[in-house]
Design a protein around this ligand. Structure first.
Ligand code: 2AM
Length: 481
């Protein structure tokens, strides 16, 4: 059989199948393969019936059906399955061929695979794919990184099948090695943050006694303003969803699961030393939610303020909640971009932050008008050191911060947990504080551990004091005053 497929795709789970159908609908010939072969046959006879999709009965068969340079995309379970397929593919491929991993792989695995395959003359790409089932079928956000020689070869396929906003593709080359999967990981972390913020707003609205319809009306209104986004839109629809027993949401168990990418973002934040506090709180909040039995027990033991939340001017307070959400969201994205900036520095990735905002602008779960504003901020200043310093966002927080403080302080007084809304506010206040109390921390460290400190205006000179008059004169490092 002659080689006629433009690309092969391995892994016929939901994402893989939909991505194949997407590529097919855009005119590409795709060769489908899966570890369990029955799934290939089933797919060809059902979902892919009537399309140009071809199947393969073995990896050899698949490779023989590909035009050169060959492009093989994996959409299999992250981890061992990816390494196993790579191992089997290497002897079948030739120099210059491309392997793309479109799964949710850990970015350090992607860096490693990229180097291992570079030595063998193969081009490896790790690409974030976001947008769920629908995105995969009709236009996902794609975040490819890895061996940059692969980009011109896969660009026509990737930028054709991805989501578009105002004709701009939500797919750009991210950077070397694991950059694509790193950016996808941060995307997922930000998604955790957005979801947590919305859930906190819902908690306050509910505590104020709003009905499902009233809450949905708020989300509908917010979706036509600054917060216009996929997650706000689906929250409106979720609130209104009814089954035969009535509204469904209230009957869903308040225990949140996670697959790990939010946790990875929080771990990366700790490893790179970047205060990505909001995503951290979002991950911890899911852990707290899973302590259901303990919470049920504690709810009968531990007292809160003991009065019902109440506001004098509901309309005004609802606007405060929107502003609080918006301001906290700005902080969350500022933190996410801080993390990417630090990782880029350490890994020598040349990240294009405006391009990343554009990739997330459409197709993915965090898609929003807001991401267009971030893109604009980086267009105004490509070297913007921090999103909070962009004039648009600076003004937005100046305008909204009174509302944000009202919401956080009232929630505290009412005993409603708002970990994400409040940590964002603390971060904002910390970030804009010229002198933090870390001078005391330094003094304490030197007092009990002779860890030394620097004096204002004498950076780089490490001093130890004899705080008690009885301690030794030797510091834990360097020299003394
Ligand atoms: P399967 O249909 O043969 O199970 C999502 O689970 C996709 O990853 C499926 O296509 C699945 O193949 C594949 N997959 C999961 N674990 C795998 C492994 N260890 N080796 C190969 N493919 C695997």
């Amino acid at each position: 059989m002659s080689a006629k497929a433009d690309i092969a795709l391995i892994g016929l789970a939901v994402m893989g199948q939909n991505l194949i159908l997407n590529m097919d609908s855009k005119g590409f010939v795709v060769c489908a393969y899966n570890r369990t072969l029955e799934k290939v046959i089933h797919f060809l006879n059902n979902e892919a019936k009537g399309t140009k999709v071809i199947g393969a009965t073995s990896l050899e068969d698949m490779v023989n059906k590909l035009k050169t340079p060959r492009k093989v995309m994996l959409l299999v379970k992250a981890g061992k399955a990816v390494d196993t397929f790579i191992e089997h593919l290497v002897p079948l491929l030739s120099s210059g061929d491309i392997i793309i991993d479109g799964g949710n792989s850990e970015y350090q695995d992607t860096s490693r695979r990229c180097e291992e395959l570079r030595v063998k003359g193969l081009l490896f790409v790790g690409s974030g794919v976001s947008g769920g089932e629908d995105g995969a079928r009709y236009g996902p956000s794609l975040m490819p990184g890895g061996h940059s020689d692969a980009w011109p070869l896969i660009q026509p396929i990737f930028q054709t099948i991805c989501a578009k906003v105002d004709n701009d593709p939500c797919c750009e080359w991210v950077g070397e090695g694991g950059a694509g999967h790193f950016v996808k990981m941060v995307h997922n972390g930000i998604e955790y943050g957005d979801m947590q913020l919305i859930s906190e707003a819902y908690h306050i609205l509910k505590s104020l006694g709003l009905s499902e319809t009233e809450m949905a009306q708020q989300f509908d209104k917010w979706n036509s303003e600054e917060l216009d986004s996929f997650l706000i839109e689906i929250t409106r629809d979720i609130l209104m969803f009814k089954d035969h027993k009535g509204y469904l949401l209230n009957r869903i168990r308040d225990v949140a699961g996670q697959k790990g990418t939010g946790k990875w973002t929080a771990i990366a934040a700790l490893q790179y030393g970047v205060p990505v506090t909001l995503i951290g709180e979002a991950v911890f909040s899911r852990y707290l939610s899973s302590l259901k039995n303990e919470r049920v027990h504690a709810s009968k033991q531990l007292k809160g303020p003991g009065f019902k939340p109440k506001v004098d001017d509901l309309k005004m307070f609802l606007n405060h909640i929107k502003q609080a959400l918006y301001c906290a969201k700005i902080v969350s994205y500022a933190q996410g971009f801080m993390l990417m900036r630090e990782a880029a520095k350490e890994n020598k990735w040349n990240l294009n932050y405006g391009g990343i905002a554009l990739m997330w602008r459409g197709g993915c779960i965090i898609r929003s008008v807001f991401l267009g504003n971030i893109k604009d901020a980086y267009t105004r200043n490509q070297h913007l050191p921090n999103l909070l310093l962009d004039n648009f966002f600076k003004k937005a927080i100046e305008f909204g911060q009174h509302s944000w403080r009202q919401v956080v302080s009232n929630a505290f007084l009412w005993g409603i947990p708002v970990p994400a809304l409040s940590t964002a506010l603390s971060f904002y206040d910390g970030f804009r504080t010229e002198k933090l109390p870390a001078n005391l921390l330094q003094a304490q460290r030197d007092y009990f551990g002779a860890h030394t400190y620097e004096l204002e205006g004498q950076e780089g000179r490490f001093i130890h004091s004899n705080w008690t008059g009885t301690g030794g004169k030797v510091s834990a490092s360097t020299y003394q005053a």
